[in-house]
Design a protein around this ligand. Structure first.
Ligand SMILES: *[C@@H]1O[C@H](CO)[C@@H](O)[C@H](O)[C@H]1NC(C)=O
Ligand SMILES: *[C@@H]1O[C@H](CO)[C@@H](O)[C@H](O)[C@H]1NC(C)=O
Ligand SMILES: *[C@@H]1O[C@H](CO)[C@@H](O)[C@H](O)[C@H]1NC(C)=O
Ligand SMILES: *[C@@H]1O[C@H](CO)[C@@H](O)[C@H](O)[C@H]1NC(C)=O
Length: 525
């Protein structure tokens, strides 16, 4: 049983290294990334054209290193191999979409839950399948789409299938950065077992075997990665294989067999979870600082003394800037709901300064009023009020701002956004308060341009994004102010700079009645 030993070894290796190694694609160790030519990376495979497999995701660790593949099968779910994610903390798994270059600019999602098949690895090498539930919905675009899982198994011997992945060149080696595709043919399990010299229980009805073209070997793809049929249906996710160039099939989990399991375990219940931080991270944030453009404030300028006296910095008691906000009454701060993840006793409000590290005055928080439908549906009603333990002392640098009672804005009206720039979870904030001029974007136009129209509700207003300007500045919770110095919006969500998507704000006129009622002591929604 020489070959089962080989398989066992490769599996054991994978587990011992926290699943950071593809289970197949075991290539000779001497092929290092630098000397790898395209042919050496995937023998007989090709670089996949852009958007060739928009359902393909790269699973990465918190340092942005690829370790497995997966496929988007619903707005909030990715399917992969259980062996990819076994033993990992969900915080240490990121799902990267929309790219063929796994270390390039892309969209990154956080993981809410990993659902393993309850019989994963029982018996050994079986039921190697898992669902990853993301904390937010995936934004679909031309490079990001779901794929339908096949329902019935109608695979015929010799049928053409396509696998994609960033499969490594060997245990512990770097992964090629460009997505590869490889055409393979379906072979029956019986034939597969014969080729491996395995018995019925080792490769069973939960597996699919494919044969790569001759002389290309079985060292392609990526554990967890998708296997797709000619109709564009997902038929398998990568499970295991043996070293390449020796003519052995690759083995996938057979998704028609797991279809019921997938359906029952995928509770598509978009609004059932609690507060979720808005994810607008982008892999750029993971690159060393020096390699990225000055992105915090694009086209912005430093605010001059006394021109935004309503701006506050919401900080934790350790003096770290968390969000922006605005003074709207002597004891009230307006901000975004997603800013208030910290318990109120850990928060303070810094006023009267352009440099958030140098507070002129600080106030403690005695009450936090989150909109009762905050984040229901997701990204909606992201507005909150903070009540201070004592009245703010007004001066030249510290003044309240008037609120806009109705939306009188027209497309392209000029608006001013101020902030210390906290749009990136890992980015440093700007010391000095920045301001940028943005243009109001009509709601209909905005709905047509936002990446996922479900994100945008009646309670949002938008500003447009011009390349090289505006969209990166901002500070969640911070104020958007019109030409006559009335606040019209509260920063809600945006997208990384200069990619052409609008920024969205909670509309102050829309929530005006709510704001007034809460300040008057009512508990209305
Ligand atoms: C797949 O995506 C389409 C839009 O691209 C959407 O209409 C459909 O509901 C999605 N399917 C699932 C299961 O999420
Ligand atoms: C699979 O693809 C090859 C090459 O494109 C083609 O010649 C062959 O007929 C296909 N086989 C089937 C069963 O469709
Ligand atoms: C902001 O204040 C800090 C000290 O708290 C100082 O080191 C920094 O230089 C100031 N930034 C600017 C731009 O003045
Ligand atoms: C960001 O802040 C950290 C901690 O203060 C510092 O070590 C790092 O150099 C900063 N990066 C930049 C680009 O300023």
């Amino acid at each position: 049983m020489k070959f089962s030993i080989l398989i066992a070894l490769s599996l054991l290796t994978a587990f011992a290294t926290s699943s950071s190694v593809a289970l197949y694609n075991h290539r000779p160790r001497e092929t290092g990334r630098k000397q790898l030519s395209e042919e050496a990376l995937i023998v007989g495979g090709e670089i996949a054209p852009e958007a060739f497999a928009p359902w393909q995701v790269s699973l990465q660790n918190q340092y942005g290193n690829h370790f497995c593949g997966g496929a988007i099968i619903a707005d909030q779910y990715v399917i992969t191999a259980a062996s990819c994610v076994a033993g990992l903390q969900k915080n240490n798994v990121k799902v990267v979409t929309s790219t063929n270059i796994w270390d390039g600019e892309a969209w990154q999602y956080e993981v809410e839950d990993v659902i393993f098949h309850c019989n994963f690895d029982k018996p050994l090498y079986h039921n190697d399948i898992a669902l990853i539930k993301l904390t937010t919905l995936i934004a679909y675009d031309e490079k990001t789409q779901n794929i339908t899982v096949v329902e019935l198994d109608e695979l015929k011997e010799g049928e053409n299938l396509t696998m994609t992945g960033w499969g490594s060149s060997g245990v512990g080696q770097d992964y090629p950065v460009e997505l590869k595709k490889l055409d393979v043919t379906y072979i029956t399990n019986e034939k597969c077992r014969k080729m491996y010299g395995l018995n019925r229980n080792d490769i069973d009805e939960g597996h699919i075997c494919v044969q790569p073209p001759s002389a290309t070997g079985a060292c392609h793809g990526d554990t967890g990665g998708p296997l797709v049929n000619a109709e564009g249906l997902l038929v398998g996710v990568g499970n295991f294989g043996v070293p390449c160039g020796v003519g052995f099939p690759d083995v996938f989990a057979r998704l028609s067999f797991y279809n019921d399991w997938i359906r029952t375990n995928m509770k598509v219940n978009l609004f059932a979870f609690g507060e979720t931080r808005i994810i607008r991270s982008n892999l750029e944030a993971l690159q060393p600082e020096k390699s990225r453009p000055e992105s915090r404030v694009i086209g912005g300028v430093a605010v001059s003394e006394g021109t935004a006296p309503y701006q506050v910095s919401i900080q934790n008691i350790f003096g770290e800037h968390v969000c922006g906000g605005s003074i709207i009454a002597s004891q009230w701060i307006l901000t975004a709901g997603h800013c208030l993840d910290w318990p109120k006793k850990y928060l303070k409000i810094v006023t009267g300064t352009l440099n958030w590290t140098r507070p002129e005055a600080e106030y403690l928080v005695d009450e936090v009023k989150l909109h009762c439908l905050h984040n229901k549906p997701m990204y909606h009603n992201d507005i909150a009020l903070v009540h201070l333990s004592k009245p703010i002392v007004y001066n030249r640098h510290t003044q309240p701002i008037k609120l806009a009672k109705r939306n009188y804005l027209n497309d392209k009206d000029k608006l001013i956004l101020t902030g210390w720039g906290s749009v990136k979870p890992w980015g440093n904030y700007s010391d000095t308060l920045q301001r940028v001029e943005l243009n109001y974007l009509d709601h209909k136009l905005c709905a047509a341009h936002v990446r996922n129209s479900a994100w945008l509700g009646k309670g949002h207003i938008c500003t447009d994004t011009r390349p090289g300007r505006g969209s990166c500045i901002g500070d969640s919770g911070g104020p958007l102010v019109d030409g006559s110095r009335r606040q019209v919006g509260v920063v809600n969500f945006g997208e990384p700079c200069a990619v052409g998507y609008p920024d969205a704000f909670a509309s102050v006129p829309f929530y005006y009645a709510w704001i007034q009622a809460v300040m008057a002591g009512s508990n209305i929604c």
